[in-house]
Write a protein that binds this ligand. Sequence first.
Ligand SMILES: *Cc1c(COP(=O)(O)O)cnc(C)c1O
Length: 456
Amino acid sequence: MEKKIPYKIYLAENEIPTQWYNVRADMKNKPAPLLNPGTGQPLTLEELSPIFCEELCRQELDNDTAYFDIPEEIQNFYKMYRPSPLVRAYFLEKALGTPAKIYYKFEGNNTSGSHKLNSAIAQAYYAKKQGLKGVTTETGAGQWGTAMSMACAYFGLDCKVFMVKCSYEQKPFRREVMRTYGAQVTPSPSMTTNVGRKLLEEFPDTTGSLGCAISEAVEAAVSNEGYRYVLGSVLNQVLLHQTVIGLETKAALDKYGIKPDIIIGCAGGGSNLGGLISPFMGEKLRGEADYRIIAVEPASCPSFTRGKFAYDFCDTGMICPLAKMYTLGSQFIPSANHAGGLRFHGMSTILSQLYHDGLMEARAVEQTSVFEAAEMFARVEGTLPAPESSHAIRAAIDEALKCKETGEAKTIVFGLTGTGYFDLKAYESFNDGTMSDVIPTDGDIAASLAKLPEVK
Ligand SMILES: *Cc1c(COP(=O)(O)O)cnc(C)c1O
């Protein structure tokens, strides 16, 4: 018999996961290795260590260890804002008139406003443990920079954030949160790096790009003694840390004997989705259970649904390693009026392999329909969702509406990755009715895919 499900399912302190789960250990087809763009050979620990913290390099390269202990100091930090609630969306179900049962895992309950803190604190911990002075990173919209600033403040590390210039100017409040946590925030491109100076000389009026900010952050890391570079998505290590989301979700569902039919997450670089689905995918890979898993991406940046599974650069500046992933090409830039985040041209190598092997689905949704879903969700469930998260809401609503047609009472779980308080410009254009949907043409995508690097 089904127990009465509370509005929010919380885990007790002794039910919180103490290990991260590495889904690669259960994958028959492992994700392809990162390649050194110079030699075309798989990157070694020695090559990665000048850029990333050593323990994180180990996690990055480890395809076999199924569980990693979460160090006690990280577990303690997690206690400040975890476990995050698994919420039964009773009000949304009612508003939709669906027999489906909808749950969402809410990761916006911390000052950074998103799931990114789960990995930021882990990366800061390993940097501290290695005796480093600080870390460098880039931030576009600002969520990752904020999360990293919070994590560095906790461990007394210096944090240099290169923030894409247009975002630095448009989102002064994000910048001030970072500065409050002690980070040094530099608009990118800047005069503090060779890459930045060169770019400014050539294009003095540029408003920056994520690719350039990454290049500056990497340069700052390798040219400053005692610094390493940290990244908030895409990498295997980030996905590993984010499995705390999925492990908590699974523990909460198991507590009430709930078995999901469909699991949905938004996909930018793939870290929240990978983290949410990992324990479920593990069961699927081991043949213990089956789930439908759906990645939701913007129609304006559709890497899974229209990209190519190929080796590509992880950054626009073409200095980072090559990863085999679903990609639109490292030179692909989504339309400027795309407001909903998830702008990365590629995708986690783990998720790319799983998708390639037919173990999960993907769909692309248009931003106006995403904001319609966001508006409905905000009004009935109370939380103002981040535009990124709202991609998952859109798909969850669509699946629940299908259940209404067929009369099936499916159980749907989706990841609500964050809140939208810093995205009010996007909400403004939606509310004003000026938001549009710009979808790249086949020609646009082909042109950018034509520039993929050649890998033998
Ligand atoms: C960064 C971010 C995402 C997308 O990143 P993934 O690595 O794909 O998870 C989604 N939602 C929010 C709120 C974010 O800040």
